[in-house]
Design a protein around this ligand. Sequence first.
Ligand code: CA
Length: 229
Amino acid sequence: MRVLLVEDDADLAEVVLLGLRQEHLAVDHAATLADAEQLLIATTYDVVCLDLGLPDGEGLDLCRRLRSAKGDGVLARPRRILMLTARDAVTDRVAGLDAGADDYLVKPFRMAELNARIRALARRSDETGGPLIVGDVVVDGAAHVATRGGVSLDLTGREFAVLRYFAMHAGEVVSSEDLLEHCWDSNANEFTSSVRVILSRLRKKLGEPAVIETIKGVGYRFGHAADTS
Ligand code: CA
């Protein structure tokens, strides 16, 4: 998942960049509207985290440009826009949402909250038919294609279904029973042992660093770098 952070507070930007990279997101940073526009010409971002008050103008104006009905013509439309604002007055929030932001976060915020919002926005993209994006893993249910770091993964139907289920529940603990219920059809005469077999193949194909964590006695969690024991 590719994220653009537009934030002129250097200290805050440093903390946020570090936090997002720890979540294995590819993150670019712009400190001004001009810098942001330069980056938005070349890249379609999954999420743009947009500060409102910037040295050369208002984040709201950029948001309106990115969300205008016929498109800007120059800048690539990001999938989602998350407003970062120190202003928590209701009118400011409404203005942000009216300008086309998908969500907003009031400063100061905790990194865990920002990460959760970004994951939720990525999940919403899937509900509207777009690909699911978790870290550097992209699962496109409509096209039946999965990639990691831009490299296509050669998955069987079952492996794809399991990866897609994981991507839809990124960060949550998923049990073997959940996987059997949602990824195996009722005709399949398969048990928990076959979940382990599929998981082991999927992990091999996904490669390093590991993105499927085993929670002993409970299940699995996708989207966290962890050991694969
Ligand atoms: Ca600012």
